[in-house]
Design a protein around this ligand. Sequence first.
Ligand SMILES: [Zn+2]
Length: 432
Amino acid sequence: MKVDLLIHNCGQLLTLASAGPKIGPALRDVGLVPHGAIAIREGRIVLVGSEAEVRQQASAQVEIDAQGRVVMPGFVDPHNHLVFAGDRVEEFEQRLGGASYQEIAARGGGILSSVRATRAASFQDLVAQSRARLDRMLAQGTTTAEAKTGYGLSLPDELRLLQAIVELGRSHPIDLVPTFLGAHAIPPEYVAQAEEYVDLVVEEMLPAVRDRRRELNATPFCDVFCDEGAFNAAQARRILSAAQRLGLGIKIHAEEFARTGGARVAAELGATSADHLIQTDSGDWAALAAVGVMAVLLPGTPFGLGLSKYAPAREMIAAGVSIALGTDLNPGTCYCESMPTIIALASRTMRLAPAEAISAATLNAAHAIGRAHEVGSLEVGKRADVLVLDSDDYRDLAYRFGGNLVARVIKDGREVASNSVVLAAKVRPGAH
Ligand SMILES: [Zn+2]
């Protein structure tokens, strides 16, 4: 068969092929094919396997020689707060001086200071600042990412953030999966009136968000920040149930700082994912495993805050919970755009083997945002989102850190970044 592109001489080809999300011992199976090759036509994978097999069946116009190095799927970042203006470097320095995240939030800093900066920024500026982050994500191998709202906290401001996600998704090679996080914090206009703000989210914001499906080219997820100082479990249940009734997928920030019941709400409602889960116990793990809720673990956040407690990943894996990894990129607790950095942190702080961390950052991460039918593994029919590493051993992704091992990024069959330089704009405008 004639194909557009053949990636060959892959010393270690990691396919991550799997019928469903990887659970338990399957996390250690990255589908390694030695001396592999991939054939690509019209942006999709048509053949994948040993080079001898693939060459027998395909002849290509263009070839990429991987020079014996690691070739693997692009990373999927299933949890990030991409769209914000400004930064919180002042608060970072205050925390180093001893102030806690909660103390800073209580005096008007924290999420609310990013809300002020984001509301004040022009649309163009907001998009430009976010696009620069996407470029850095792409250069480090992320080819699909979630993107949350949540720094608007009023109907017009939240819709403006969704519009920014539309604009970025149209113009940047990274495919974006939108998540509405209107319940990120209680806005200053509703201090001591949390229930009234929940009414606004349920009655006005959610229907308006649902009506943006066409512009977004996707049905958005709805997420709630359920924790002390944010929304309680009853409020989260109310918002997420309403979102489900409107046909939206649901996610939750659960048990990050305190155990307030968010993980059980996720299990009860059958959420696509529950994220953070630092303060969870064996009952929570059993509940999540029973329903197949993906646990999105975010080790960049405790690291970013200088805390020592991380999600109990080993216990969760043993309990049959399926885990994914994400950056949690945000200006307050974790200004990190790099999935390889998260893999390096996950292996040290949560004792994930390199193969487990890679499975969690690709295939399972795609499941966490409902995109595993399209991305997350190198399988026939999926998008040709492929990385060539500057290494011949995939374990280097966890072992070596602080640089960029991602040498080439291929998105939808076209090279879009090379040696940390972004080469191309969107491959297929508007397509999802
Ligand atoms: Zn988050």
